[in-house]
Write a protein that binds this ligand. Structure first.
Ligand code: FAD
Length: 464
């Protein structure tokens, strides 16, 4: 019987196993699936802690509604009734020592309406004039890739980048804007510039207009009980997949027919095809004999940590009218953002009368912070919070989560590198496919898209 091995039991590997299993059953194909996960539990970066009525996300807390694949998966595995949308409200950026409202009418920090930006205290008069250059600057020369920083600085100026766009995008990529690839993150911005010249004018024409509504629409879904509910439901569905936990894949060897997968328990698993849903540095290690795969080692990954703090609502004297804030690099704070989780997820995050704040640390240039002790991290976070929001009460409890090398950085040229590697793999390692956060998008829906694409490729290979 043919066998497909999936390495890595994060959302990418789990989705790949689920969609493969579905296809094999539908097409009545006699093919075995084996999922191998190094740690003792499935889910990878998805980790939910349920404690004293609080739902605390230690990794991702939500996914974009706009990208459809995760919602589809959630409904398909029978937990569509658990989808919840985020509570909306004002969000803020801290610049210097002041919280500024994020101006209305913007897309990822780029103005779609001019007035709210003209009246915003976020930018100096010169910064506003500089941003206006976007209307007259010609489009940039055709380029294969460039950094996000280079692109936005040229079109809108340093202030617009540093005070708004960067703090917002850092929340997604935890990366350095002057290093991150435009074509691997927001290729549509480049296309808009090439087509319309002005980014502002182009986005105004292309971003669908929101109906005039009083309430801002929700942009994110989460799941009642936390995102780990999705992992639990997927695991339950994988009845026809053999799942090995607590076993790492050390190495992969190509054989005359198929591959040998060498496991940390000394055993060898045979495979006709493999989906590698692992971070880039693990993938490179498992295929260390292939020079073209070693190009992955050029990638970097940022470490981050977050501190969730539970309070009695009464401890929050100066309540924020909104769901959280991000912090500009031009401010003297070590936290990078804070989510008012009980307001963002009013149905799920905290029991009545309680508040749950989640603060993030780990800028690309402040990586040492992730290695501080839990107590040191809690102190730093509370000191910053007290300065910003006058919270001086001790939390009921706090939960620190560290994620080492967790945010892969798509540097300039990333997409071209991935295309080169995929091409060489098709030639030298037929039947092995890469999918997941290190490769072609790190949001949960992006991971699911890649898992589903890899499933199709694997099936086509197996049925050749
Ligand atoms: P992972 O989750 O990293 O899974 C890889 C798995 O492979 C792990 O379980 C690992 O143990 C296993 N593995 C590694 N090496 C081996 C080996 N040699 N053998 C066997 N198994 C191995 N995205 C969003 O859309 N929304 C958010 O709100 C959001 N917030 C985030 C917050 C944080 C703190 C982090 C870190 C990420 C966040 N992301 C968010 C991104 C998203 O969570 C991840 O990109 C996604 O979960 C990655 O899934 P994955 O399956 O590709 O990789």
């Amino acid at each position: 019987m043919k066998k497909i091995v999936i390495i890595g039991g994060g959302i990418t590997g789990l989705t790949a196993a689920y969609s493969l299993q579905k296809e094999l059953i539908n097409q009545d194909l006699p093919v075995e699936i084996e999922l191998i996960e190094a740690s003792e539990h499935l889910g990878g970066k998805i980790r939910t802690l349920r404690k004293d009525g609080f739902t605390i996300e230690r990794g991702p807390d939500s996914f974009l509604i706009r990208k459809k694949s995760m919602e589809r998966l959630v409904r398909d595995i029978g937990i569509g009734d658990k989808l919840v949308t985020n509570g909306t409200g004002q969000s803020y950026v801290l610049v210097g020592d002041k919280l500024h409202k994020i101006p209305h009418g913007s897309f990822m920090g780029i103005p779609l309406q001019v007035r709210p930006f003209l009246f915003s205290g976020l930018f100096s008069p010169l910064g506003k004039i500089r941003a206006g250059f976007d209307f007259v600057l010609p489009k940039s020369e055709v380029k294969e890739d460039q950094s996000l920083g280079h692109f936005f600085r040229r079109r809108l100026g340093d202030e617009m980048l540093e005070n708004l766009i960067e703090p917002l995008l850092s929340g997604i990529y935890a990366g350095d804007m002057d290093d991150l690839s435009l074509m691997s993150t927001f290729p549509n911005f480049y296309e808009v510039e090439q087509k319309h010249g002005s980014l502002i004018r182009g986005l105004k024409r292309t971003v669908p207009k929101k109906k005039s509504q009083k309430k801002k629409p929700s942009m994110f879904y989460s799941i009642k009980g936390g995102l780990e509910t999705v992992v639990e439901a997927l695991e339950e569905k994988l009845t026809e997949t053999s799942i090995l936990k607590g076993i790492q894949v050390d190495h992969i060897e190509k054989k005359e027919a198929g591959y040998h997968v060498l496991l940390s328990n000394g055993e060898v698993s045979r495979a006709d095809a493999i989906i590698m849903a692992t971070p880039y540095y693990q993938t490179a290690k498992m295929l260390s004999q292939y020079d073209f795969v070693q190009e992955l080692q050029k990638m970097k990954a940022t470490s981050v940590a977050n501190v969730a703090l539970a309070f009695d609502q009464s401890a929050i004297k100066k309540d924020l009218d909104g769901t959280g804030f991000v912090i500009s690099r031009n401010s003297d704070y070590r936290i990078t953002a804070c989510t008012w989780t009980h307001k963002k997820w009013p149905e799920t995050a905290a029991p009545p009368g309680k508040a749950l704040l989640r603060c993030y640390v780990g800028r690309p240039h402040d990586q040492e912070i992730v290695d501080l002790s839990d107590q040191e991290l809690e102190e730093i976070v509370l000191k910053d919070l007290n300065k910003i929001m006058k919270i001086d009460a001790k939390p009921l409890f706090s939960v620190v989560t560290r994620w080492k090398k967790a945010m892969p950085q798509y540097s300039v040229g990333h997409k071209a590198m991935m295309d080169r590697i995929a091409e060489s793999m098709a030639e030298e390692l037929p039947g092995i496919y890469l999918a997941g956060a290190s490769y072609r998008g790190l949001g949960l829906p992006d991971c699911i898209d890649q898992a589903e694409a890899a499933t199709k490729e694997v099936l086509a290979h197996i049925l050749e």
